[in-house]
Unconditional design. Structure first.
Length: 411
C-alpha cells in the first residue's frame, strides 16, 4: 500500500501539471486575440459594423477574420466562448496553493523570522488578500481614474507594489512571491469571470431580443483584456521564481517583484507595437535588459552572512526529530547534502541553496523531512551521484527513520 507521502507528492504534481496545461491554453488564446486585434486592417469595403479584417495562414490553410465593433446584425448559431481556460487556470492554481502553502503552512507559508503567525490566521490573510486585490482593482476600474488608460495602469502598478511590500512583511519570501502572482492572477481571472464574459452575455442577450447592444460593454471588456495581456509575463516570472531563491529570498525582494512587472510591460509593449504595425521599438529590449540587471544587483544586496537561523519545530517536526535514528540521518544530511543546501553553498557556481532549502541544523532537517525522504530515501534523485555518492544502506536508513517516526499514524 502506498504511503501518504508518495500519494501527496503525486497529487501535487498532478495538480501542478493541470495548472500548467490550463495556463498555456489561457495565455495562448489571450496572446493570440490581442495580436489579432492589433493587427486588424481596413482595406477596401467592409460589411457594416466591421472595424477591420485580417488574413492569416497556418497549418496549410488560409483564414479570413473580421471583427465587429459591437456585434453582427444577426448572431450566428455557433459561437465559441473563451472562458474555461481562465477559470481552470485559477481553480487549479488555488488547489495547488491549498495543497502546498496551506497544508504545509509551517514550512512554506509562515516564516517566524518575518512574522510568527498562527496557521489559521496566515491562511485567512492569504485568502482575504486575494479578494482584497480584486475589490480594489475593480473599484479603480469603475472610478474616474479609468478615464485615462495610462493613469489606470499606473494606479494598478502602485497597488501591486504596495502588495509586494505587504506580502514581504507577512509571509516567507517564497510565499510572498507566490502570493503576489496569485494576487495578480486572481485579478486576471476575475476580469474574465466578472466582467468580460458577463458583458459579452449581455450583448448576446440584447441581439437575441432585437435591442442594440451598448458599445461601452465591449470597450470595458477590451480594457480588462488589455490589462490581462500586460500582467501575464510578470505572473509567469513570479511562479517560476520558486526555483530561484536569489529572487524571493533577497532583502529587497519586493523591489525585485516591482521591477519584474515593469519588464513585463516593456516586453509586451514591443510585441503589441509590432502586431499593430507601428514598427519595432527595439529600445524596449534595452530597458528590459537594464531592469533585469537591476534585479540581479538587488538580489545580492544585504544578503545575510550569519549562521543558519534556528527555527522552532512544529509538533509533527518535533516527532521526526525525536525518532531514534534522527541523529544518524542528520549526520547523513550534513555529509551529503549540506554542501549545497547551505546559507553559503560550497560550490562556486551556486549562489544560493537549491529552491531555498537550507539543511544546516537539526531543525531544518526535521522541517524538510518529507523532501529528504522522497528525494534521497525513496529515490536517488539527491544528492547527485557524481559529487556525493550515497550508499543504498544510507538511503534505507532515511526510509526507516521516516516510516518509524510516523508509524503510529500509519504513514
Amino acid at each position: 500500500m502506498l504511503e501518504t507521502a508518495v500519494l501527496y507528492e503525486w497529487l501535487t504534481f498532478g495538480v501542478r501539471w493541470l495548472h500548467v496545461i490550463t495556463a498555456i491554453a489561457w495565455i495562448g488564446s489571450s496572446f493570440y486575440f490581442i495580436a489579432l486585434d492589433l493587427g486588424l486592417r481596413r482595406q477596401g469595403p467592409l460589411p457594416e459594423g466591421v472595424s477591420g479584417e485580417e488574413w492569416q495562414v497556418h497549418g496549410g490553410g488560409f483564414y479570413h477574420i473580421q471583427k465587429y465593433n459591437v456585434a453582427p446584425p444577426n448572431l450566428p448559431e455557433h459561437l465559441t466562448w473563451f472562458k474555461w481556460e481562465a477559470y481552470s487556470t485559477w481553480l487549479s492554481g488555488f488547489v495547488l496553493l491549498v495543497l502546498i502553502y496551506y497544508v504545509s503552512a509551517d514550512l512554506y507559508l509562515i516564516d517566524p523570522g518575518v512574522l510568527d503567525l498562527a496557521t489559521p490566521l496566515a491562511i485567512a490573510l492569504s485568502v482575504a488578500s486575494l479578494a482584497f486585490g480584486w475589490l480594489v482593482y475593480d473599484a479603480l476600474c469603475k472610478s474616474r481614474v479609468a478615464d485615462s488608460d495610462t493613469g489606470l495602469m499606473l494606479a494598478l502598478f502602485a497597488l501591486i507594489v504596495v502588495m509586494a511590500f505587504a506580502y514581504s512583511m507577512v509571509f516567507s519570501g517564497r510565499a510572498a512571491f507566490l502570493h503576489l502572482g496569485a494576487f495578480t492572477a486572481t485579478i486576471m481571472s476575475a476580469n474574465v469571470f466578472l466582467c468580460i464574459i458577463p458583458n459579452q452575455k449581455i450583448v448576446v442577450a440584447d441581439l437575441k431580443a432585437g435591442r442594440s447592444p451598448d458599445p461601452r460593454l465591449g470597450k470595458t471588456a477590451k480594457q480588462r483584456s488589455t490589462h490581462n495581456n500586460y500582467l501575464t509575463l510578470p505572473v509567469l516570472f513570479l511562479m517560476l521564481s520558486m526555483h530561484n531563491p536569489l529572487a524571493f529570498q533577497a532583502e529587497y525582494a519586493w523591489v525585485i517583484a516591482a521591477l519584474v512587472f515593469l519588464t513585463g510591460v516593456s516586453i509586451r509593449h514591443f510585441f503589441n507595437t509590432m502586431h499593430a504595425g507601428k514598427g519595432h521599438p527595439w529600445w524596449t529590449w534595452g530597458v528590459t535588459a537594464a531592469l533585469f540587471a537591476a534585479i540581479i544587483w538587488l538580489s545580492v544586496q544585504g544578503r545575510p552572512d550569519g549562521e543558519a537561523q534556528a527555527l522552532p519545530l512544529s509538533p509533527q517536526q518535533a516527532r521526526l526529530a525525536a525518532a531514534p535514528e534522527f541523529e544518524a540521518v542528520h549526520d547523513l544530511v550534513q555529509q551529503h547534502c549540506a554542501m549545497c543546501h547551505a546559507t553559503r553553498p560550497f560550490w562556486p557556481n551556486m549562489a544560493s541553496a537549491p529552491k531555498g532549502v537550507v539543511l544546516e541544523t537539526a531543525a531544518q532537517t526535521a522541517a524538510h523531512a518529507r523532501q529528504i525522504y522522497l528525494h534521497a530515501g525513496r529515490t536517488d534523485a539527491m544528492p547527485p551521484a557524481r559529487f556525493a555518492l550515497m550508499e543504498p544502506a544510507e538511503r534505507a536508513l532515511i526510509v526507516r527513520w521516516y516510516h518509524g517516526a510516523w508509524a503510529r499514524q500509519g504513514d
